[in-house]
Design a protein around this ligand. Structure first.
Ligand SMILES: [Fe+2]
Ligand SMILES: [Fe+2]
Length: 437
């Protein structure tokens, strides 16, 4: 009986003990860390203000966090924070401040004696008339994921990458995060990657702790790290968590409501005509693997409609789908358009709901790639293009101010469906050629 009691007690205490050890490991790095002080996994992170930029990196051995930068405003430096979590690396973050907008900044990070190479980025001017960015989801490190990374790294014009969750698929193996950041580093040192959490960021054991410490730290960002918004040229971007409570009355719901209401005010819309939500799970998906997250739709769709959200960029189902403007599964003239872009490299979910729901405008179930969005301040439009890793274009459309979505003019008798079919055919031919080699 006593053994049984002891076993029961152990069962009760064990999860508590491991949770506690993670919390204890949040700041102090152990002296037992050995190896190089050379910065690795260097990546920029957007700060609350455009004249600031956060830079984060890792080292094998513990040490200080220093950043030095220079711009037209002169030379400057700052000390940052160093911290650990349950992994054999030290992590560092430091904030560059007082940066001139829309200008190139050169910088380097280190511990004061060992430095990274000289790096550079261009600050975002939130009032610029032109802005380009890449959006991806469900990335990981497969061969296809690597091709998506290569596509992003070779893009010279994108000023930002958004990632709608399911990022590295570390799933408890922290070395996977190290490898993922190393692969993206040549992009991430020059443009910030802005994430939302997916179910794979809630890792077995540590939960969201690795995510929080690799993209930002509780020590510095005091707001709710899992839902936040950023004003970009022409676009108010809202990053939500489909992995935390979002029902009416929840902290996240209240925050989204207040944020969207402010972003949809007349003056805010004049400055930034578009509101885009980035979420991991989709409200609309006709993929048979996960499908529409009806709970998410029940909780938040009305908020999106009331505040005239233009576009929702989700992942989770590993395929590509664009809806018509849709509200409550009804196709409408003006309404939010939903995208699922879970094509960043993880195995495609090929089984689709049949027949295709009326609200589903276009879908692909076996391609991989990324999407590019271009805001033009003169026409007040966003041009969207879906790039497949074989170099072909899968889908494209233009978002117009006021929520009205108009397909591009087609100068032949095939119509839009015909063009899509042609593009699919081209992709299939391309795929066949690729396989033959
Ligand atoms: Fe995924
Ligand atoms: Fe997912």
């Amino acid at each position: 009986m006593r053994t049984l009691l002891a076993a029961l007690l152990l069962l009760l205490v064990a999860p508590l003990a491991s949770a506690q050890s993670f919390n204890e490991a949040l700041t102090e790095c152990p002296a037992t860390l050995t190896g190089s002080s050379q910065p690795e996994q260097i990546h920029l992170q957007l700060a609350d203000s455009h004249d600031e930029m956060m830079v984060m990196w890792a080292t094998e051995v513990r040490g200080d966090a220093e950043v030095e930068w220079s711009s037209s405003a002169g030379d400057a430096s700052a000390s940052g924070e160093s911290y650990c979590y349950n992994h054999d690396k030290a992590f560092h973050m430091a904030l560059m401040t007082g940066l001139p907008l829309g200008e190139e900044i050169s910088y380097r990070v280190g511990d004061g004696s060992t430095w990274s190479p000289e790096l550079s980025f261009t600050t975002i001017n939130p009032d610029a008339e032109h802005f380009e960015w890449i959006s991806i989801a469900d990335h990981g490190m497969s061969e296809e994921g690597q091709q998506v990374s290569d596509g992003i790294i070779s893009d010279q014009n994108a000023q930002l990458v958004t990632i709608s969750g399911d990022i590295s698929y570390a799933d408890g193996d922290q070395n996977v995060w190290d490898d993922w950041f190393e692969i993206q580093q040549s992009s991430m040192v020059s443009i910030p990657w802005v994430p939302t959490v997916g179910n794979h960021e809630n890792e077995p054991g540590p939960g969201f702790i690795p995510y929080e410490h690799r993209f930002d730290s509780d020590e510095v960002k005091e707001s709710e790290g899992f839902w936040y918004a950023r004003d970009m040229p022409g676009v108010h971007m809202v990053f939500i968590s489909s992995e935390h409570p979002f029902d009416e009355g929840s902290a996240q719901f209240n925050w989204i409501k207040a944020d969207l209401e402010a972003a949809n005010s007349e003056q805010a819309r004049e400055e930034r005509p578009f509101i885009i939500i980035f979420s991991h799970k989709p409200m609309y998906s006709s993929n048979s693997y996960h499908g529409s997250e009806v709970e998410l739709r029940d909780a938040l769709e009305a908020l999106y409609v009331e505040n005239e959200v233009d576009l929702i960029v989700a992942g989770h189902d590993h395929f590509y789908e664009r809806t018509h403007p849709v509200i409550s599964e009804q196709v409408v003239e003006n309404g939010p358009v939903h995208l699922v872009i879970g094509i960043g490299g993880r195995s495609a979910y090929e089984e689709l709901d049949e027949p295709q729901p009326e609200w589903s405008a276009y879908r692909e179930n076996s391609s991989y790639g990324w999407t590019r969005l271009v805001y033009d301040g003169e026409s007040r439009t966003i041009d969207f293009t879906h790039h497949r890793i074989d170099g072909s274009i899968g889908d494209s459309f233009t978002l117009y101010e006021g929520g009205e979505m108009v397909m591009p003019e087609v100068e032949n008798s095939l119509g839009i469906a015909g063009i899509n079919a042609l593009l699919t055919l081209t992709a299939l031919l391309g795929a066949a050629l690729f396989t033959d080699r």
